[in-house]
Each structure stands twice: as structure tokens, then as C-alpha cells.
Ligand binder design. Structure first.
Ligand SMILES: N[C@@H](CCC[C@H](N)C(=O)O)C(=O)O
Length: 276
């Protein structure tokens, strides 16, 4: 099977984007892993597949696969790249696009300077819906790893996130703690783990160890989850610049049941064909 694809990224969180509307695509987890492999394949953090929607009220459906082959619910940087991709491929001329994912319907808007603004929906904080094991909802929870206890916030942006507060994101123990907390028994579906340094009420530094992909240069849903966690702990205001290793996003959240809104750039690196 030969597949046409675009290699894209949002702040260095990189994607193989595949149009499954104009070509037939069937990907097993093994094929996803092969595409994502940085030596034997194209190389990416996530593979994104654009499909016809099942719901007539939306424009597209898109599916998200982590580099390890697992299918996941949501991807913030991927959503922005998806909007640029469908416009560049002339699959739509719209600047406001509705898309369904397994986390629900999202609305994306391409701004005048070609950034993409995404309504990411309201965060989910109820432990059993994240899912996170806890007796009751709280802004943060104790979590134990051997003899160490950490304080973690648990937030779902359609996908599960744990957020730790650190003194310095640059010096955070992402390589050691990320893989251990990703598979901690408190997160039954595993989790993306964010390490957040609060610089002021409107700016944070953040690194994210992503479920199924390892540390990435940016994680859009991770940025949303960190701002929600910071707001729940009364550390942040409603509009926050999130500095990630690959660049910055603006995240806005008024609180409660209102949507989290993410704004940031996208880039296409190259297009190609791959035999898979
Ligand atoms: N890079 C993404 C998140 C991709 C999915 C995540 N690794 C998961 O397993 O939930 C983003 O920008 O949000």
C-alpha cells in the first residue's frame, strides 16, 4: 500500500497527516509504529487520519494514533495541524471548521495570521471520568511512587493528564518520573504527565511526557490541562502564555463549564509518499 502524506508540526510536536478521503487507508498498530519510527519510517509523535464525518453537522472526522500504535481521544497540536492540512489539500475552503474526534466535536478557526484557535471543550475533572482513582474530586491529589509522594492534579481534556508543579521545568525529572507516572495505577487508562513551572499568573513553562510517545517538544492538550490545574489551585489568571520546549501557546479558560481555548501556529515540513 502506498500512502500520500504530509509531515507537519505544531511547535515541534510532529505528525504524519494522512487524507483518508481521497485514498483508501487501513492502518494496523504495527503500521502506525512503522510510520512513526524515526529511523525505519517517516518519523513522528502522532499519526493523524482525516476521514469523512459520520455526523452530518460536522465537516470531518479525524483519528489520532500515538507513536506506539495506540489510538487516542484527543490531540491539541494535531487539531491545529488538521485545520491547516484540510485547507492546504483543498478539502475545504472554510476558515471555521467543525471536526469530530472520539473525544467529541471540536471547532477550529483559522485566524488572519494563519494561527489556529481551537475550542477544546470544557475540562473534565470528575475522577471516574478522567479516569483517575480518588475518593472525591479535588484540585490536586497525593500520589505515591515507592517511598516518594508527589502532589498531582488530574484533568481530562478528552484524554487523561496529570500535572505536577515544579520549581524549574528545565531541571524537572521528566525522564525519570514521566514513564513511572504515565503508567501509575491511579490512572487506569495511563496519562500524559505535565511538569509546570509557574512564572507569573499569566505565564508558565511546561514540559510534557506524553502517553504513548515520550517527552515531546509541545503538547496542546497538556498545555490546556496545565492551565486548568493552575487555575484550580488559584495560581493563574484566565489567559496564560504556555512556554513549551518547541514554542508558546496561548491558553484561555474562564473556569467552570466554559471551554478551554487554545491558539497557536502550525507548519508543514514536506509532503511525500510511503510504501507501508
Ligand atoms: N500531542 C498531543 C496529545 C497526543 C495524545 C496523547 N499522547 C495521549 O495519549 O493522550 C497534543 O498536542 O495534545
Amino acid at each position: 500500500m502506498r500512502l500520500r502524506f504530509s509531515k507537519m508540526h505544531g511547535l515541534g510536536n510532529d505528525f504524519v497527516m494522512i487524507d483518508a478521503i481521497s485514498q483508501k487507508v487501513r492502518l494496523s498498530p504495527e503500521k502506525v509504529r512503522k510510520l512513526a519510527d524515526r529511523r525505519f519510517g517517516v518519523g513522528c509523535d502522532q499519526v493523524l487520519i482525516v476521514e469523512e464525518p459520520s455526523n452530518p453537522d460536522v465537516d470531518f472526522r479525524y483519528r489520532i494514533y500515538n507513536a506506539d500504535g495506540s489510538e487516542v481521544e484527543n490531540c491539541g497540536n494535531g487539531a491545529r495541524c488538521f485545520a491547516t492540512f484540510v485547507r492546504e489539500r483543498k478539502l475545504t475552503g472554510k476558515s471555521s471548521i467543525k471536526v469530530e474526534t472520539s473525544a467529541g466535536i471540536m471547532e477550529l478557526h483559522v485566524t488572519n495570521n494563519d494561527d489556529v484557535r481551537v475550542d477544546m471543550g470544557a475540562p473534565i475533572l470528575t475522577p471516574d471520568q478522567i479516569p483517575f482513582i480518588a475518593p472525591a474530586q479535588a484540585p490536586c491529589y497525593p500520589i505515591t511512587l515507592g517511598s516518594e509522594t508527589f502532589t498531582i492534579s488530574a484533568v481530562s481534556m478528552g484524554n487523561p493528564h496529570g500535572v505536577l508543579l515544579v520549581d524549574s521545568a528545565a531541571n524537572a525529572e521528566v525522564e525519570r518520573l514521566g514513564p513511572l507516572l504515565e503508567v501509575h495505577s491511579s490512572f487506569p487508562n495511563k496519562a500524559n504527565i505535565g511538569f509546570m513551572e509557574v512564572l507569573s499568573r499569566s505565564e508558565i513553562n511546561l514540559r510534557v511526557f506524553e502517553r504513548g510517545a515520550g517527552e515531546t517538544l509541545a503538547c496542546g492538550t497538556g498545555a490546556c490541562a496545565a492551565v486548568v490545574a493552575g487555575r484550580l489551585r488559584d495560581l493563574l489568571d484566565s489567559s496564560v502564555t504556555v512556554n513549551l520546549p518547541g514554542g508558546s501557546l496561548i491558553i484561555e479558560w474562564a473556569g467552570g463549564a466554559s471551554s478551554v481555548v487554545m491558539t497557536g501556529p502550525t507548519a508543514q515540513v514536506f509532503q511525500g509518499q510511503v510504501k507501508i
